[in-house]
Write a protein that binds this ligand. Sequence first.
Ligand SMILES: Nc1ncnc2c1ncn2[C@@H]1O[C@H](COP(=O)(O)OP(=O)(O)OP(=O)(O)O)[C@@H](O)[C@H]1O
Ligand SMILES: [Mg+2]
Length: 466
Amino acid sequence: MQARILIVDDEEGMREVCADTLELLESSVEVVQTGDPLEAEKILADQAFDLMISDIRMPGMDGVTLLGKAREHDPDLPVIMLTGFPSVDTAVASMKLGAVDYLTKPFLPDELLATVERFLDERRLRDENRLLRRQLETQRGRFGALVGDSPAMRKVFDVIERVADTDVDVLILGETGTGKELVARALHERSSRKSARFVPVDCGAIPENLLESEFFGHEKGAFTGAGSRSIGLLEYAHQGTFFLDELGELPALLQAKLLRSLQERKIRRVGGRAEIPVDLRVIAATGRDLKAEVAAGTFREDLFYRVNVVTVDLPPLRERGDDVLLLAEHFRGRCAEEMGKDVGAFSPEVREILREYRWPGNVRELQNVVRRGIAMARGDQVSVDDLPDHLVVNAGGTLGESAEGEELGFFDLRNRRLAAFEADYLARKLEEHGGDVTAAAKSAQIPRGTYYRLMKNHGLKAADFR
Ligand SMILES: Nc1ncnc2c1ncn2[C@@H]1O[C@H](COP(=O)(O)OP(=O)(O)OP(=O)(O)O)[C@@H](O)[C@H]1O
Ligand SMILES: [Mg+2]
């Protein structure tokens, strides 16, 4: 969306300078200008702006009064005050109204640009956050704890919706951390079995020699150490949902026994004779390529087809587009509250990195990165400093490759390398000069305004170097 800026100054030359300078902004903006503050008041009453640039001394109405009027229509409107005669009084009066910055005439184009960009970025970020929150609100609870709005996830939700309240068995496929267990729970919660148990079993975590008795239970004295009768997990899940996690890890012998009980809907405890009826819905999950294992003969084909009546294919996080931001916002809210920290957002650079990163550990990895970011954050935002190094480094890609692993052309690669160099150079100069931007800019031999702008581009704050 194009940002709209109102310029109010009785001096036409000044308005022209501002308008011309704004043309240099990276994003194009729409500029409205007037020399009459009373006219400005009318314009503000029926048009929305993202920023106002206003002179202080004007005939008819002074800038501070106009600021007050503007805020009546938009309490958050950022305003830049231009003044030829900086006076402490007006500064204090308008600073109290918040989101105001001062520029003393004459100013350098870069000073104006830096201030305008900062305000516009803040406003954009705030709008985006508001949108994300609204999006989270509207879909909260619809699919249990599952967050997502991308086409790939909508497809998943659609399958959940259609099969949840049936008894068909479901196989959930997906890389590690994609939310397989969460989907299984959502299916259970939305079924008529929800008042009975959801029993998850990690097939890879139980030692092979104990698996059989864990699954089927055993009678007293069935084997050495079987002191008393014990019921198994299948029996325990009676009338509920049995979640076979990491199904691919199940040893061949158990595959056969499990298949038999699932088909006959009966189990027999180890060392026992009685057949015990069990009524179960089976949901299985795996991160392995079971089809290939069936083909290779390491996984039973009949069991595969038994549990794979319906497949839910969970896409990796990198294929879910802006869900990354939606999820990050979801975890931010939760973690900030848990930790009692008032961290309201991610810096624009951080959002960019989150969006670009490959997320081999998927949602679980994102959750950990956000938790760490909130814990590390010093201000009210998570900034690049608060991210683990490998995310920041990866954002630049390895030689010739982007974060997605695709080949980068010369120009893209050069731009990324240049950006990395800039950030590094600016930070080092700031460090050398203890956060004194004037001194850093002087030693770098570039104008101070430019230095500020570059710092902003890279999310650097002078205060962090003092
Ligand atoms: N769509 C989602 N919305 C909200 N939280 C999610 C989502 N997907 C995953 N999570 C969270 O991410 C973490 C990992 O999810 P889960 O344990 O379900 O993944 P998994 O696919 O079973 O992983 P693994 O293969 O490693 O067992 C959990 O804390 C879960 O709550
Ligand atoms: Mg799991």
